[in-house]
Design a binder for this molecule. Structure first.
Ligand code: NAG
Length: 501
């Protein structure tokens, strides 16, 4: 199960950033399997993952085991680290599920942000994201970092803003990284993302300096207060490399087909996207690389510490997991199959999803029940305006645009408007562009507000209400489901001057 497409097409980056970094291409998967030795050690994981890196990956995986890997699917042959994320699947109208083609494996960026960066220590492992999340409490898109409030900088908020889904169309100016923190719905993907979607996630990079792991796999680490910049919180002053994963999924392969996308953990929204890392580096080599691999190109070919161990794409492609656990031999995570591997149910949210059970499912996989389209905001295509570290193009709403916003009198209601001009020129207002309002004439007047959120920028309190319009879905028979009414989310922005509450 190899992803054969060329990696070069997978990378759309602006260059010229002063921040040092390198990106580790992992050309192919070592496995597509229900394995997660961090979250579900010693047992099959509850859901499937695309796994890259060292071949000695198993239900239980230690640093020493990874170092003994006979190969890695990444470019630097001596990086035996394990990198994994959920896989993306397409649920056809008839309930059949198949994996979305993954293009170019994974890119793992090592961004050298901050001072005195230490190599990941032996035994180090971490998790980013939360598989059970199904909503986001912040505005969409993010306000400019210069306007972030303390709430925007809470660890929970930073974690949600650390992941994103970038709509790819190589004929258009690229969108900024992590521009939206949800998976756009199928209609948006079909219309805008001719080259698929790039899933992106930042790991926290501030370490408590002593624990290589944590019970919840996260609490030994924290995000700096601007994610890819800013300060580490107290108690987490040790800087480790900032890891950032990118994987590209060719959603366009299903253009025009009836169905929807869902992550392997049963998440159609993307809010529950997550990623895992277990260090498999020779610590001295990683420390030398952190100190010396500062060529602005970010290419591993341009650093002496990687020379001599660089693998061709063909070599990376040959590296497969050394042993498939017996109980997983009957699993079919790629499909087409009757459901997601692990018998994972689709959970839409917005409430926190029920936990999934690790181990072998007691029943054969069941067809996922599609009860509605994913509850995510709709959105315009928005190209990047500035660059992030390591040349990662970044959407950054302009601060001056915020300042230019007309002074509103108290409680003026402003309906969200489509903002197609955002590509040529930053709109003075609304800075927050939640959505063009689609299909207004079909809106169910009884739509209820599923979430509201506020944020303050330049003295203006923005309030966003995401309104959900009811949907009725009738399962007529085994092989078909029909949307009686299409549901959509309307977002309204209200703003008023006032103190933040
Ligand atoms: C959104 O997710 C949070 C965190 O899981 C949860 O506490 C909250 O109830 C959810 N919001 C809604 C509207 O369900």
């Amino acid at each position: 199960m190899k992803s054969a497409a060329s990696l070069s097409a997978a990378v759309v980056l602006l260059s010229g950033s002063a921040n040092a970094f390198w990106r580790m291409p992992c050309f192919s998967r070592t496995a597509l399997m229900r394995l997660d030795p961090i979250v579900d050690p010693g047992t099959p994981s509850s859901h499937g993952h695309v796994i890259h890196g060292g071949s000695n990956f198993a239900e239980t995986t230690t640093y020493d085991m990874l170092r003994e890997s006979t190969c890695t699917s990444c470019q630097f042959g001596d990086d035996k680290s394990a990198y994994w994320t959920p896989s993306l699947h397409f649920v056809h109208g008839d309930g059949k599920v198949e994996i979305v083609p993954q293009i170019g494996g994974m890119l793992a960026y090592y961004l050298l942000l901050g001072e005195n960066i230490k190599a990941f220590p032996k035994g180090f492992q971490m998790l980013a994201g939360d598989s059970q999340l199904r909503n986001f409490s912040g505005p969409v898109p993010d306000p400019p970092t210069s306007a972030w409030s303390l709430d925007d900088m809470s660890q929970e908020s930073l974690a949600q803003k650390s992941l994103g889904f970038n709509c790819l169309d190589y004929n258009r100016a690229p969108e900024g990284s992590r521009y939206r923190h949800f998976l756009p719905d199928k209609a948006f993907l079909d219309q805008n993302c001719g080259n698929g979607i790039r899933a992106e996630i930042f790991f926290p990079s501030c370490w408590n300096g002593k624990d290589v792991a944590a019970k919840n796999h996260k609490s030994h680490m924290a995000y700096p207060n601007l994610i890819d910049g800013g300060k580490c919180p107290e108690g987490f002053e040790t800087r480790l490399p900032s890891l950032f994963y990118e994987t590209i999924w060719n959603t366009n392969a299903f253009k025009g087909k009836d169905g929807q996308f869902v992550w392997s953990n049963g998440d159609p929204t993307g809010y529950g996207y997550h990623a895992d890392f277990i260090n498999g580096w020779d610590i001295n080599v990683l420390q030398s690389a952190v100190t010396d691999c500062t060529n602005p190109s970010g290419r591993v070919e341009d650093c002496k510490h990687f020379a001599g161990s660089l693998q061709t794409e063909q070599q990376q492609d040959k590296c497969d997991i050394q042993e498939t656990p017996e109980v997983l031999k009957k699993d079919d995570c790629a499909g087409p199959a009757k459901g997601l591997c692990g018998n994972v149910p689709v959970q839409y949210g917005p409430q926190y999803a029920n936990p999934l059970k690790p181990g072998s499912p007691d029943k054969p996989t069941a067809k996922p029940t599609i009860s509605s389209v994913a509850a995510v905001p709709t959105q315009t295509y928005a190209p990047a305006r500035s660059e992030g570290p390591g040349g990662i193009s970044k959407y950054e709403a302009k601060t001056d645009a915020v300042k230019e916003a007309p002074k509103a009198s108290s409680k003026v209601e402003v309906a969200a408007k489509p903002s197609p001009k955002v590509e040529e020129k930053p709109a003075a207002y609304p800075v927050v562009t939640p959505a063009p309002v689609p299909e207004k004439q079909n809106a169910d007047p009884k739509g209820k507000i599923v979430s509201t959120t506020t944020y303050t920028s330049a003295g203006v309190v923005y309030e966003i209400a995401i309104e959900e319009v009811a949907v009725t879905v009738t399962v007529t028979d085994d092989a078909a489901y029909k949307h009686k009414h299409r549901r959509h989310a309307d977002a309204h922005v209200r703003r008023h001057i006032g103190a933040r509450h």
